[in-house]
Design a protein around this ligand. Structure first.
Ligand SMILES: *Cc1c(COP(=O)(O)O)cnc(C)c1O
Length: 224
């Protein structure tokens, strides 16, 4: 299915009135579908798989800001380090260090979000409150290990359920954590992004304080 341009403008208008950024999630979509949105002015696109992203990045305009929103393995950081704009799903110190190292090799800096586990599903990745605390402490006490990254906020995925009270509770908890750390202002850690909300729950996420939503199906149709 081609990109739904009318829907794109509808969502964009809704979000811009609330100062929320839109990442168009383009996993499994074709280069042509991505270009259709690019030609309307969209620059932020999100991908989940390193190889797929790498192939698309080579074929598409270089002013696209590529968001890596999947689970990134340490040994694959090197492939996306030359161009990744924002890595959403970081949940270990080891991964943060590797991103900084690979960014340095490319003489650039890469922005990262720490992923928090809020959903009830076992399968979703992410940190709990205690682990988040440990990582933030490490960023504060050993900034030299993280010279080429900027940790600029948190990311989370709510439970995949029709129970809106549950979803709202999870987003509210993410916002609460975000607020706890947003005063930190060091070289490698300064919060300005709270990435939460997807096609089915972005309105709830925005109501609860999201600054960045990641939307795929609403723009490009259901994935098969
Ligand atoms: C696929 C994906 C999305 C987009 O999901 P839709 O329901 O298609 O909007 C958002 N975030 C992450 C992390 C994803 O993997």
């Amino acid at each position: 299915m081609p990109a739904d341009i009318a829907k794109y403008y509808e969502i964009l208008e809704e979000l811009s009135s609330k100062n929320v950024d839109l990442v168009a999630v383009s996993k499994v979509r074709t280069v042509e579908d991505i270009l259709a949105l690019y030609n309307e002015g969209q620059r932020d696109f999100g991908e989940n798989y390193v190889q797929e992203l790498d192939e698309k990045q080579q074929l598409l305009p270089h002013d696209i800001r590529w968001h890596f929103i999947g689970h990134l393995q340490t040994n694959k950081v090197k492939y996306i380090a030359p161009y990744a704009y924002l890595v959403h799903g970081v949940d270990t110190l080891k991964l943060l260090k590797e991103i900084s190292k690979q960014a340095a090799k490319n003489k650039r800096s890469i922005k990262c979000l720490l992923q928090i586990h809020v959903a009830q599903e076992q399968s979703k990745f992410g940190l709990n409150e205690e682990e988040l605390d440990e990582i933030i402490d490490e960023l504060k006490s050993n900034p030299l290990n993280f010279k080429n990254i900027l940790v600029c906020g948190l990311m989370g995925m709510a439970t995949n359920t029709g129970d809106t009270d549950q979803v709202r509770k999870e987003f509210r908890y993410l916002k609460h954590l975000y607020d706890q750390y947003k005063h930190i202002d060091t070289q490698c850690c300064h919060f300005s992004v709270l990435s939460m909300g997807m096609s089915d729950d972005y309105r709830l996420a925005v109501e609860e304080g999201s600054t960045m939503v990641r939307i795929g199906s609403l723009l490009f149709g259901r994935r098969i």
